[in-house]
Structure formats: structure tokens, C-alpha cells
Design a protein. Structure first.
Length: 292
């Protein structure tokens, strides 16, 4: 009985304007092409802004994928569903983050877009990291995006940033308090960096406390994924054989306690500017070398 009741409910929702299955519509085309005047005329003529194609993509998805902010504004003002999901589970906010369109992202957030989707699904923050859009990463974090959101295939946003070798995104995440040793099947971001032989990423992750001895589900450490004698192998070999300095251990301990508040709190401490810069992983100030 529950199954037979669910079908009329679905068709009832469709009939009441939540959208309906169709081939690609004129509204989709106008949104995708950024044709603002044409889209406005279609909306004024009564065209549905929530019409969906077979893959559940709405006109709002199309506008966000292409970064057409004026079209996004028109669609939202006309009642487009801000959290509509396509067949892959992506929302317009996911698409805007993937496209790196800050303006579209801001418009969606102003209209109440969901920052954190259900668990174990790809989030807008994942998409921003996938696309290497560090400014979108910063914005999403400031809006409360979970840096430990875990996708069952990709892991955390930090995993994605490192797998795609987007160092800027990785640094934004780490500076904001992302767990550098978060694991996907025991695989850490450092494993990704090692597999890619990316020395810059390796050094960044270790600087933020990555465990060079972590073992994945195959029992391998990051070093075991590098080519013997390569720069990445030499780097990881050095870190395996050299204990962290007391200075570095102190910084990691402080940041572990402060978590996401690290940057904000460190800046307010009654400490020399150079120490604050060190705690915040920032370049030391050029002036006042003997600042105290």
C-alpha cells in the first residue's frame, strides 16, 4: 500500500509546478547561453523555471554550470528551487563552486542554498576543491561548510584538493583547520601527494602535521608509493628519519587545540608578529626584523 500511495504523490508534486520531464527546453537553453533578455521574456510568458530534463538538470543548474550570474538571479527571483538535485545529486551550488563563480555562489547562498548536504555525498566544498577554485573554498568555509564532509568515493575535500594537485585549495583547508590525517580506507592526503610525486604538496602536508608513517588499507606508507631516489622519495625519507622540532610540535599542538579558530585566535595573542605569522603559516613581516 505504501508503494501505491507514493506514485500519485510524486505526480501530484510534478503537476503543481515542481517541474516535469521533458526534452531540453528553451529555458534551459537561455540559461546555459547566458541569454538574459530571452530568459526574462520566457519567464514573463509563464515558462516554468523548474522544468527538468531526463537527468534532472534544471535551468538553474545550467546557469550555474556556466557561471551566468544574471540568469541565476532571474531564475531565483522567479522561484527556482535553490537546492534542486540532478541525477548525480549535485545542487546548483555544487555547480557554481565547480565553475568557480563567486557571484553565483553568493546569490545561491543569499537564497538559502544548503551548504552541507547529507553525509557521504559530494559537497559544494568538494566541487570547489575539484575545480581548484580557492576563493570559492574560502567562501564556503566562511559559510560553515564542513571540511570533514566525507564522500564515499573521494574522501574529504582535502583528499580531493591533493588528488587534483590544487595546492592553494589544500592550504586554505589546512589553514582553516581541516584534519590533515583524515583517512579514506586508511588513505590520507599524503598518500595522494606521494603517488603523484608532488614534493610541494608533500612538504605542505607534513608542515601541517601529516603522519608520514600512516598506512593505507594495503599497509603502505606514503614513501612506499614514491619512486626510489626521486625528490618526493628523498623528501619523505628525510621526514621519516628526522623528528619534528620542538618549535614545530608546539605550533601543531596549539593549532590542534584551536581548530578552526586558529587563525582568528592567534592574531589576538599578545605575541610578537613573527611568532603570530609562524603560528598562522604566514610569511614573516618584512619590517621590524627584531620585532618583539
Amino acid at each position: 500500500m505504501e508503494i501505491t500511495r507514493s506514485r500519485p504523490s510524486l505526480f501530484s508534486e510534478i503537476a503543481h509546478g515542481l517541474g516535469f520531464w521533458t526534452d531540453r527546453s528553451a529555458v534551459h537553453e537561455a540559461a546555459a547561453q547566458g541569454q538574459v533578455r530571452q530568459l526574462q521574456q520566457l519567464i514573463q510568458g509563464g515558462a516554468s523555471v523548474n522544468i527538468v530534463v531526463m537527468d534532472s538538470i534544471t535551468p538553474l543548474h545550467e546557469a550555474c554550470i556556466q557561471g551566468h550570474s544574471q540568469c541565476v538571479r532571474l531564475l531565483l527571483d522567479a522561484g527556482a528551487h535553490v537546492d534542486a538535485r540532478n541525477i548525480d545529486g549535485s545542487t546548483p551550488l555544487c555547480d557554481a563552486c565547480a565553475a568557480g563563480s563567486l557571484e553565483c555562489v553568493k546569490l545561491l547562498l543569499e537564497h538559502g542554498a544548503m551548504v552541507n548536504p547529507p553525509r557521504f555525498t559530494f559537497s559544494p566544498l568538494h566541487e570547489a576543491c575539484m575545480g581548484g577554485n580557492s576563493e570559492c573554498v574560502k567562501l564556503m568555509i566562511s559559510e560553515g561548510a564542513s571540511m570533514e564532509a566525507h564522500d564515499c568515493h573521494y574522501g574529504t575535500p582535502l583528499h580531493v584538493a591533493c588528488a587534483r594537485q590544487h595546492k592553494d585549495c589544500a592550504k586554505v583547508l589546512l589553514n582553516a583547520g581541516a584534519n590533515v590525517n583524515a583517512a579514506k580506507l586508511h588513505e590520507t592526503a599524503l598518500h595522494h601527494a606521494a603517488k603523484l610525486e608532488n614534493v610541494d604538496l608533500i612538504e605542505l602536508l607534513v608542515e601541517f602535521g601529516a603522519n608520514v608513517f600512516a598506512r593505507d588499507n594495503l599497509g603502505k606508507t606514503p614513501l612506499q608509493y614514491t619512486t626510489p631516489g626521486s625528490p618526493s622519495a628523498l623528501s619523505l625519507g628525510f621526514y621519516e628519519g628526522t623528528p619534528l622540532s620542538l618549535q614545530q610540535l608546539s605550533r601543531l599542538a596549539l593549532r590542534m587545540v584551536l581548530g578552526r579558530r586558529a587563525l582568528q585566535v592567534a592574531a589576538q595573542l599578545d605575541l610578537p608578529n613573527r611568532i603570530i605569522s609562524y603560528l598562522c603559516y604566514m610569511p614573516p613581516p618584512t619590517a621590524d626584523i627584531c620585532d618583539s
